[in-house]
Design a protein around this ligand. Sequence first.
Ligand SMILES: Cc1cc2nc3c(=O)[nH]c(=O)nc-3n(C[C@H](O)[C@H](O)[C@H](O)COP(=O)(O)OP(=O)(O)OC[C@H]3O[C@@H](n4cnc5c(N)ncnc54)[C@H](O)[C@@H]3O)c2cc1C
Length: 381
Amino acid sequence: MERSFLGEEHAIFRRSLRKFLEKEAIPNFAQWEKNQQVPRSFWKKLGNQGFLCPWADEKFGAVHADFGYSVVINEEFERVGTGMVGIGLHNDIVMPYIDSYGTDTQKERWLKGAISGDLVSAIAMTEPGAGSDLAAIKTTAVKDGDDYIVNGEKTFITNGYTADLVVVVCKTNSKAQPAHKGISLLVIEADTPGFTKNKKLQKVGQHANDTCELVFENVRVPTANLLGVEGKGFYYLMEKLQQERLMVAIQSMEAVEIMLELTVDYVKQREAFGRSISKFQNTQFSLAEMKTEMQIGRTFVDRLIDDHVAGNNVVTEVSMAKWWTTDLAKKVAGECMQLHGGYGYIEEYEIARRYRDVAVSSIYAGTNEIMKGIIAKNMGL
Ligand SMILES: Cc1cc2nc3c(=O)[nH]c(=O)nc-3n(C[C@H](O)[C@H](O)[C@H](O)COP(=O)(O)OP(=O)(O)OC[C@H]3O[C@@H](n4cnc5c(N)ncnc54)[C@H](O)[C@@H]3O)c2cc1C
């Protein structure tokens, strides 16, 4: 099916990225999953090849590439494994905050390293006591001369362990009413005294993707590290969450496609009762239904990509895509595992990893219940 945001140059780019990943990522991926980390050397290689933040301006060392390239990169990373999702987060979720709300000095300071692979980024919103209810965060940033003093704790932070730079969501005014008006974004560098990274969290899946807790104890952060305007942090988050959730939908649709490919291959070679299990009507109907749903999902998500590129506000539709595609990925993972029989539950078979990896997609980037809440609110309910 033709995709309006992709042309011949994107196809050439996809081929070269896939070739690069076949050589540099796929042979090492199982080890990265064991290490619970993608190594820095790989980030550097990605940077050298122009695969980090290609959308950024030429003056920082990128090529000002269109959003189609981000789609290609995220799809190809997903093909290797969902454990690569932290790189997509750096590219298309964290660094766009610096690009959109940073001053020229801040961009000069952080974008170059993010593009070259010398600097890994993370975003810290969630706290042990506040995930969905972001306005209830407790991390404070209190002004003291030309600094803020930051105290608090964050959890479940993707790239948190590797990160050199974290965009931290803090309360600069704990008394603000409504509470979200007191929220600001501060960029905190990893070597700042008082900033500690706790050990990596042991997750069900996405093992190569490091996730950890971050602790801030009287961390002195220069006011020059404030992103945008004090008190506007919540608005910035709301503006950027459209792209974050769209990315999750794009990754989910790619995961669905991969799981179907794996399963079609498997059922063709497995025999039971003297014939290929692909000849059972149940197998065929199950795969036909999943293929149909994949096509429906892709059509919707691709239309949203067009809208997003055009600069339209599609928050409601992206919320729909986020819950629907992640639920679809979870359903497809279960059905594809079933069609693999016992082998589907064995780690040697890729469907086992895929099953573990997609489980969290309905939780992060805003839970699917929160997505339905947004849709209902925009229906006037
Ligand atoms: C692997 C992983 C990576 C992550 N990466 C990051 C990251 O990089 N940065 C970051 O800041 N965070 C990250 N998160 C955190 C993630 O965004 C939160 O876990 C998520 O927003 C849910 O918050 P919570 O875990 O506190 O759940 P809670 O908010 O406690 O929710 C628990 C349950 O209650 C439901 N619920 C809550 N409120 C409502 C409501 N109003 N209506 C109906 N149901 C409701 C939820 O849907 C959920 O089912 C990550 C999480 C994971 C697991």
